[in-house]
Design a protein around this ligand. Structure first.
Ligand code: NDP
Ligand code: ZN
Length: 350
């Protein structure tokens, strides 16, 4: 079968491979709609090590092609949303920890692209289909379902880790697709004032549509000073963009008792250091949390229920539509270059 991926670090292209084998609990899925992600481009540049001949992509909706003999709840022909994080639900890591994202070790549950071929192929493998595939309900479009598998799951996790409460003032740093979903999650949880940080005009327009009260630019000076001048300190900050400097700025803008929730990937070579004063001399009850996209079927079913009952519409973050398998390189390149009008591209394969 044909797939699009990385031959080696920095070298992407078409890859020929055998179709993956289906284990007794597993499924083989034929993707009908996929979305390239900043995490794919990060991997292609060596961000998770020196992979070779690895098919990329971890965000997909597709048709179940084959299931193993022990699978009970999905069958060939079902249209499913595939969580980008597909834990091995049988291992101790999942049973012991409050998060399911790190089954056999850090990021262990991120299997598509993380430890096996991804979804930008004619077929891909999903472990433990009963626990890792969510059948798409009639009231949810494939495009909306696709946006739940990573973007909404990750962005909302930022709002959940921050424990956004009724009436909170929240800053969301970053208005890429993840930040826009974090903003939406914060508003769904009852935030009052939400200040978003970013500059891309198309993304800023969507942030306003999703309910941002105000948008500030990191190009207009330090964002901690801007936020402190506007608010005097905020209850929650969700970090979905910017580097280590933004992390320190996020701490600085928090009130005592506030929470910083991070969903950013920091570079392995980066250090997160901050002055004691930023953390209230260690005594200001400022929580620092960071987490990785939660996975599994029930997570995605719950996000799709929010869409089905009209609570949010994630399709506003889709900025570019591509058609056909041969369009994968162009869509990937757009994601890699981060064109100024880009939020999230999708590619119709079916
Ligand atoms: P984007 O690159 O699309 O968006 C990043 C945002 O951060 C943009 O709005 C950008 O502004 C803003 N930004 C850039 N520099 C700064 C700065 N110095 N200060 C403040 N804001 C800044 O990223 P994504 O939305 O795709 O992803 C966001 C983060 O989430 C990334 O770190 C990504 O790796 C991570 N991620 C995590 C996942 C997880 O499971 N935990 C899954 C997917 C992504 P501008 O508008 O000017 O471009
Ligand atoms: Zn992704």
């Amino acid at each position: 079968m044909r797939g699009f991926g990385m031959h080696s670090v920095g070298d992407v292209g078409w890859i020929e491979k055998d179709r993956p084998q289906c284990g007794p609990l597993d499924a083989i899925v034929r993707p009908t709609l996929i979305a390239p992600c900043s995490s794919d481009t990060h991997v292609s540049h060596g961000g998770s090590g020196p992979h070779s001949e690895l098919i990329l992509g971890h965000e997909a909706v597709g048709l179940v092609e084959e299931v193993g003999p022990l699978v009970q709840t999905v069958k060939p022909g079902d249209l499913v949303a595939v969580p980008c994080v597909t834990p091995d639900w049988l291992v101790g890591g999942v049973q012991n920890h409050k998060t399911f994202s790190h089954d056999v070790g850090p990021f262990g549950s991120f299997k598509l692209v993380g430890s096996k071929d991804g979804v930008m192929a004619e077929f891909f493998h999903v472990n433990q289909a009963d626990a890792n595939l969510a059948v798409i309900p009639a009231g949810v479009s494939p495009e909306a379902a696709l946006m739940t598998v990573d973007m909404a799951s990750t962005g909302f996790y930022g709002a959940e880790m921050a424990e956004v409460a009724l009436g909170d003032t929240v800053v969301v740093i970053g208005i890429g697709p993840v930040g826009l979903m974090a903003l939406t999650g914060a508003i769904l949880r009852g935030a009052a004032r939400v200040i978003a940080v970013g500059t891309r005009p198309q993304a800023a327009a969507v942030a306003r549509e999703y309910g941002a009260s105000q948008i500030i630019s990191y190009k207009d000076g330090p964002i901690d000073a801007q936020v402190l001048e506007l608010t005097g300190g905020v209850d929650k900050v969700i970090l979905a963009g910017g580097g280590p400097e933004a992390f320190v700025q996020a701490l600085n803008m928090l009130k005592s008792g506030g929470t910083l929730a991070n969903v950013n990937f920091f570079d392995a070579a980066a250090s997160l250091t901050f002055p004691a004063l930023s953390w209230g001399l260690g005594m200001a009850d400022k929580d620092i949390r960071g987490g990785f996209c939660p996975g599994g079927k029930i997570r995605i079913e719950r996000l799709m229920a929010l869409i089905e009952y009209g609570r949010f519409d994630p399709t506003k973050i889709i900025s570019h539509h591509f058609h056909g398998f041969d369009a994968l390189p162009e869509a990937f390149d757009l994601m890699d270059r981060k064109a100024p009008d880009l939020i999230k591209p999708i590619v119709y394969l079916g």
